[in-house]
Write a protein that binds this ligand. Sequence first.
Ligand code: BDP
Length: 656
Amino acid sequence: EDGSQLWLRYPVNSKPRNIVNSNSKSPTLEIAKKELNNHWSGQPIDLKIDKFPDSFKDGYKIISTPKKITVLAKTDLGLLYGSYHLLNLQQQKGSFSNLNIEEKPSYDIRILNHWDNLDGTIERGYAGHSLWKWEDLPNKISPRCEEYARANASVGINATVLNNVNASPNMLREDYLKKVKVLADIFRPYGIKVYLAVNFSSPKVLGNTKDSDPLNKDVQKWWKDKASEIYKLIPDFGGFLVKANSEGEPGPQDYGRTHADGANMMADVLKPYGGIVMWRAFVYSPSSDDRAKQAYLEFMPLDGKFRDNVIIQIKNGPVDFQPREPFHPLFGAMKKTPQMVEFQITQEYLGHSNHLVYLAPLFKENLDSDTYSDGKGSTIAKITDGTLRSAKFTAISAVANIGEDTNWTGHHFAQSNWFAFGRLAWNNDLTSEQIADEWIKMTFTNDDKFVTPVKEMMLTSRETAVDYMMPLGLHHIFAGGHHYGPEPWGDYKGTRADWSPVYYHRADAQGLGFDRSKTGSDAVSQYFPPLNEIYGNIKTTPENLILWFHHVPWDYRMKDGKTMWEELCYKYDLGVHEVRDYQKLWNKMLPYIDEQRFSEVKDKLKIQAEDAVWWKDACLLYFQTYSNRPIPDNIEKPVHKLEDLKKIKLPMGHHN
Ligand code: BDP
């Protein structure tokens, strides 16, 4: 039991049955039939194409009597999704005699972003090398590529960006495009479209144009020819994802042009084929302004200037996938430009694949955030899924945590984050609890003695990680490069100030935290009223973000009567105890599941518990050098010495 089956543990019929009838025929439908004939043990099934409005998209209806099930959809893909719905229900031991289900996706494009490099490594990947095995393609194809497509289809993911946003120009070379075509052909019957991240300098590097200026006619021609070459190989190619003028990547600003000039040039070449451009808003330069403000400052003046096949891809928070951030102020603010969220499933800032952190609560916290852009109730979910503003197309993305590891994601529980992203992209109304419940039952067991406590552990795990890493709105105090452990003392003189932890926490003799109020960087003014006032005032700022928005005096009284310093100590300590509670809980779970996954999770929890103590000791001992106050008596005393912790070195990554 190595976890390789993910949540797809459908029982296998002793002989394939012949229980599916259909008025449609396609490779997609063949997959639906095969899945049901092999794994379905209930009544016969009709898969029927029917007339539905366009807004139904790849939705489906399932109606059943004890004798028969009918799945209705507008497309074959809808029928495949309906078939997986039935198999998932069977796996959760649901009943099928009286079904009346109607489902349609919240977003048109439900897309994974792989940060896979052409040499097989994965940026911020913690589950082994890239699944694609570029060097073997196009002749040899790993069977896991099809398994990957199947797993995605089973949760409704319908798109994938194959390569790193820090894109190599070589991705667009003819030999690589032929490899991409092979993957696209495998994914297609599962309803998955392929997209590529592209390097803005590709024309100059590959085509020997004078530059890559988007207004240069030769450059435009190069992209046009490239698009035609791509679509000859992959007629349903999805489009480009672009990281431009960010962290040293090239972009239109290199030629005095704007993000809109760059995005529109690409949008124009893709338009005839129905392709789109996902242009990232993750930009910040080593200027003097608060990093959290920069994307907003750069993109707001461009609102309304983008073509209608461009969508702006915005990270959930304004800095960078931290354990907790407020939502990105661009959401809702660009009223004339479609926007999509980018989440990070891979745990760059959440203990890599060593820590058990269930991310649905983080995703939900963001999607449910009220931006007030169009009055009360303007949540990010409603802004991005087309409810509030009509959109030509809608999308949601997340950076994948998938690699070649046998269990796909490094940590057995990290599979739940891939699953959760898919489920929320399909239906952003689902709760974290519903998704955890489904996943546990499909992946482990339906036994309530396992489901209830493990679900509780998952649901609290994100807050636990916040507690032992960065409580009260602290952020980016990770060790430089790898972002695994704590390094609040990090002050990388000679590099960019905004890559140093001290830039973010601003500890001094008075207090701790980044003043983003009116008297500070005034990042609060980027939020709509009343949030600008709420976040701008230390008294009304939610305490879980207080150090994000304010420089808080050490003796500031928190709502529970503790001083800020005491509260900080208490939170770190709580985080440590919570992980130890998970260990105790998990130790009782062996009777319900297999030995292998039990012990692998157990080993990871041990690392997590040790890391939690490392975080707590490092942060409390370091911040104490500024607070000059004792660690409260009822809190576990540090077991490490600050000098020793400062000596711990893990391999450094390529930047920040
Ligand atoms: C940061 C990562 C870096 C990525 C960058 C991005 O540290 O590896 O390239 O974001 O999203 O989180 O472009």
